[in-house]
Design a protein around this ligand. Structure first.
Ligand code: SAM
Length: 240
């Protein structure tokens, strides 16, 4: 059975959205993954179909109710119980490629999207949800974050990326940011492609690319560089 994504949201019409296009969209149509958007409002029980209420302790905005969210989680998990239950929240662990690889290797994921001020903490704890953030900024809802997480997972599923898009050398696969890319024309607006890339010397090209990747990582992402350098002392000794 295909990798199964279930998204719990108040805006199910946001899915598949951009994931219906390009690589992910093709894979969806080919049945390499499946996506269901579940409307949290469908689990409201009162006659107003309310999903939220004012925050205990006061303050602005509204908070998603634990009973309604819990019922939506139960419905999603019934269709695939061994999937991690992930809540998108700025308070979560920052998403990285290692976490993406883990989710892609699971049978699928259940993603809970918050809105308003967020979700009652009790249901997050009761369901032992994995709290994931896509970065240190605040979105108006979890849906764009869910799309980001799904896009990153889907491209890693078997048969989704062709050899042409192979992820073997890209950013983070080696612990480094990727080297820069060039294509024709070989001279554009007085800017030439680095000559080594036109030399045909595969070993020299590989060396140049690794040096570029190391330099850019050192410059832009000192924390990534420190981890890489600890694991690659020879590379670290080459650094200026
Ligand atoms: N009051 C919350 C706080 O300060 O942490 C922000 C709530 S935000 C306006 C509404 C919803 O957007 C959140 O419940 C979460 O699902 C989602 N969200 C916002 N920023 C996010 C981020 N960086 N990563 C993942 N989800 C995010």
């Amino acid at each position: 059975s295909p990798w199964q994504a279930s998204v719990l949201t108040l805006f199910p019409e946001m899915f598949p959205g951009p994931l219906g296009q390009s690589l992910a969209g093709k894979a969806l149509r080919e049945g390499r993954w499946a996506l269901e958007a579940i409307d949290i409002r469908g689990f409201a029980t009162d006659r107003h179909r309310s999903v939220d209420d004012t925050p205990c302790g006061g303050g602005a905005g509204m908070v998603l109710r634990p009973d309604v969210v819990d019922a939506a989680c139960a419905a999603a998990l019934a269709a695939g119980p061994d999937r991690p239950l992930v809540v998108l929240t700025p308070r979560g662990r920052p998403l990285d490629q290692a976490m993406v690889r883990g989710f892609a290797a699971a049978p699928g994921v259940v993603l809970l999207c918050g809105r308003f001020e967020g979700i009652d903490q009790r249901v997050i704890e009761a369901r032992a949800m994995t709290e994931v953030s896509i970065g240190d900024y605040v979105l108006s809802g979890g849906e764009p974050a869910a799309l980001v997480l799904l896009d990153a997972c889907v491209r890693l599923l078997p048969g989704v990326m062709g050899a042409a898009e192979s992820g073997e050398e890209e950013s983070f696969s080696s612990g480094l940011l990727e080297y820069p890319h060039y294509t024709r024309p070989t001279v554009w607006n007085d800017r030439a492609v680095p000559p080594v890339l036109l030399s045909g010397h595969h070993a020299e090209i590989a060396r140049w690319r690794r040096a570029q990747a190391e330099a850019i990582t050192r410059e832009r992402r000192p924390e990534l560089w420190a981890r890489y350098a600890a694991a690659n002392p020879i590379a670290a000794s080459r650094a200026p």
